[in-house]
Design a protein around this ligand. Structure first.
Ligand code: NAD
Length: 294
């Protein structure tokens, strides 16, 4: 049994912490908004959340918060412990946290996730991990409890790199699928027939086959629940903006990623906030030619 400090008990962190507690670990939870989780002992300070722990896990909103929390945590963590950051954050912050941990001889892993709240509850998240082999080996048994698939992507920051690349594909592909289903409708094509063709043809992808944005078509998805998230449009925007700052950092040309970020920025600013990112379909159904660039 391990003693685990868990910082950030939000939509994702709370069910992840619950699963660690259910597996028999002693979990101490800290959340700035006072959130709690079943089976998790609530603490009130970073000091309490990290002192004498075998492992500290963070699941926080952004890179600056992760940097601040980790810098304070490192003042109290023992050098035999491991810090696992599961948040989705920018590459530079992830690298800075690894460097700060290394300077205190604390092992560290960046381990962002895919799978959303449902995956967090079911313990079936995909973890993309970055860090030394030693750090990964220490983190792996805990990631196995919270996840179904764990990939060690490389050195520190590699997990965030994989996450950003995956979600850039997802954002671009969802826009493509929404454009195609809206075009199909305007061409008087039955969306069920379009699904039957595309889901078994070369246009098939997760955005069609698993998460079809057309209500009543394909497996159950947020489209069948009035586009309640799911994966909110503003979270997709966050990840697309991270992809663009990463691309700037390494001078990579990502024109479709940039346009997808531009689209979701407009969508969120208009009426997309709080709606699933697949609600982009509604935009394309009502839009006319040239609206995207207007
Ligand atoms: P959330 O906003 O529900 O939870 C974040 C929690 O962190 C909040 O409860 C907040 O009170 C707490 N917090 C903020 N600052 C803090 C601090 N200084 N100390 C302690 N607690 C603090 O967000 P979420 O949906 O759980 O997402 C968490 C991370 O996971 C994000 O980086 C997000 O991008 C990523 N993610 C989310 C999803 C999803 O579907 N929600 C999927 C994959 C990855």
């Amino acid at each position: 049994m391990m003693r685990i400090g868990f910082i950030g008990l939000g939509n994702m962190g709370a069910p992840m912490a619950v699963n660690l507690a259910k597996a028999g670990h002693e979990v101490f939870g800290l959340d700035a908004a006072g959130a709690t989780a079943e089976g998790v002992k609530q603490v009130q300070s970073i000091n309490e959340a990290v002192t004498d722990m075998d492992c500290v896990i963070t699941m926080l909103p952004n890179g600056q918060i992760v940097r601040d929390v980790c810098n304070e945590a490192l003042e109290h963590m023992s050098s035999s412990s491991v810090l696992i950051d599961c948040s989705t954050i920018d590459i530079e912050s992830a690298r800075a946290v690894h460097a700060a941990c290394a300077s205190k001889n604390v092992l560290s892993v960046d381990a962002p996730v895919s799978g959303g709240v449902g995956g967090a509850q079911a313990g079936s998240l995909t973890f993309m991990a970055g860090g030394s082999q030693n750090a990964f080996d220490m983190a792996k048994p805990l990631l196995d409890i919270m996840g179904g698939k764990i990939v060690h992507c490389g050195e520190g920051g590699a997990g965030q790199a994989a996450k950003i690349c995956n979600n850039m594909i997802l954002g671009i592909s969802m826009i493509g699928v929404c454009e195609a289903f809206a075009l199909g409708e305007k061409l008087s094509l039955d969306p069920q027939k379009l699904f039957d063709v595309v889901s078994t043809s070369s246009g098939s992808c997760w955005s069609v086959n698993t998460y079809c944005p057309e209500p009543g078509v394909g497996p159950q998805s947020p489209a069948d629940n009035d586009y309640k998230p799911g994966f909110a449009a503003e979270l997709m925007l966050k990840d697309l903006l991270l992809s663009q700052s990463a691309a700037e950092l390494v001078n990579a040309d990502t024109p479709m990623g940039a346009r997808a970020a531009g689209f979701y920025q407009k969508f969120v600013d208009a009426n997309g906030r709080g709606r699933d990112f697949s609600a982009a379909l509604e935009h394309f159904k009502s839009a006319t030619r040239g609206d995207f660039d207007a």
